[in-house]
Design a protein around this ligand. Structure first.
Ligand SMILES: [Zn+2]
Length: 251
């Protein structure tokens, strides 16, 4: 289906600009995972994005939470960059409840000024007891950028979890895991599509799994009352890391 969709890039000063921008401004790509009501892409072309994976005990869907969280994170990055005078752009791959296949997500991320690619997700383990934030990266055997991805993912998961712990003190950062277990050892189709683009092959890329939303304790602590403000506090912690990372020459 044709979409009237053109991603808009926002700069720290709050302007929304077209995609043409000075290459001197690093751009953080925020990808809200999932979306819409049907699978986008196909397994055979390794482009399939499921509409939703995790659901909370009360019925909150991961695809809605990823979008809500990503919009707040977008605003927090720009707010902090503005305060510190750091030049940075933020680009969301989707801004509404639609799904994009992984080819489309990779094409949006494929820019000469991309500094990093972060796909936002919420986790579930099926047991309802797990807690913690983690980053998922492409496995070493397929990833020339493994060391940088690992360092970036670890710091990102820790920054996220520092925010989460304000509301759920028993949560911990689980650090970094790799995609080696996915698709029979082939790894994530998201990273497979991203790796096709030379421009972004050497920038840090990861999934950030904010928390396990099938855990009733996580749902109660984070997702019910005051969710927007809680997401803002968590996003502030992530944005502090990201803006410092860009400022220190992350790319
Ligand atoms: Zn997900």
């Amino acid at each position: 289906m044709f979409r009237f969709f053109r991603p808009c890039l926002s700069l720290f000063a709050g302007f929304v600009l077209s995609l043409e921008l000075s290459a001197a401004t690093p751009v953080i790509i925020i990808d809200p995972g999932h979306g819409g009501s049907s699978t986008a892409g196909s397994l055979s072309s390794r482009s399939n994005s499921s509409p939703n994976n995790a659901t909370s005990p009360g019925g909150l869907k991961e695809k809605d939470l990823t979008l809500e969280f990503s919009k707040i994170l977008h605003d927090e990055i720009l707010r902090q960059a503005s305060g510190k005078g750091t030049r940075v752009g933020v680009l969301l791959t989707r801004q509404d409840d639609w799904n994009l296949n992984f080819i489309e997500r990779a094409e949006i991320a494929n820019r000469p000024d991309t500094a990093c690619v972060i796909s936002i997700h919420f986790n579930a383990d099926g047991g309802g007891n797990a807690k913690g934030s983690l980053a998922l990266i492409s496995a070493r055997e397929r990833n020339a950028n493994y060391a940088a991805d690992e360092a970036f993912g670890k710091a990102l998961a820790e920054a996220c979890n520092a925010g989460v712990r304000q509301f759920l003190p028993s949560s911990r950062s689980r650090g970094v895991i790799t995609d080696g277990h996915l698709h029979g050892g082939l790894g994530s189709n998201f990273f497979f599509q991203m790796a096709k683009h030379k421009e972004i092959r050497s920038v840090p890329k990861c999934f950030l799994e904010v928390e396990f939303i099938d855990n009733p304790a996580v749902e109660k602590a984070l997702l019910k009352s005051g969710r927007e403000e809680k997401f803002r506090v968590i996003s502030r912690s992530i944005a502090e890391f990201l803006v410092d990372w860009v400022e220190s020459g992350g790319r």
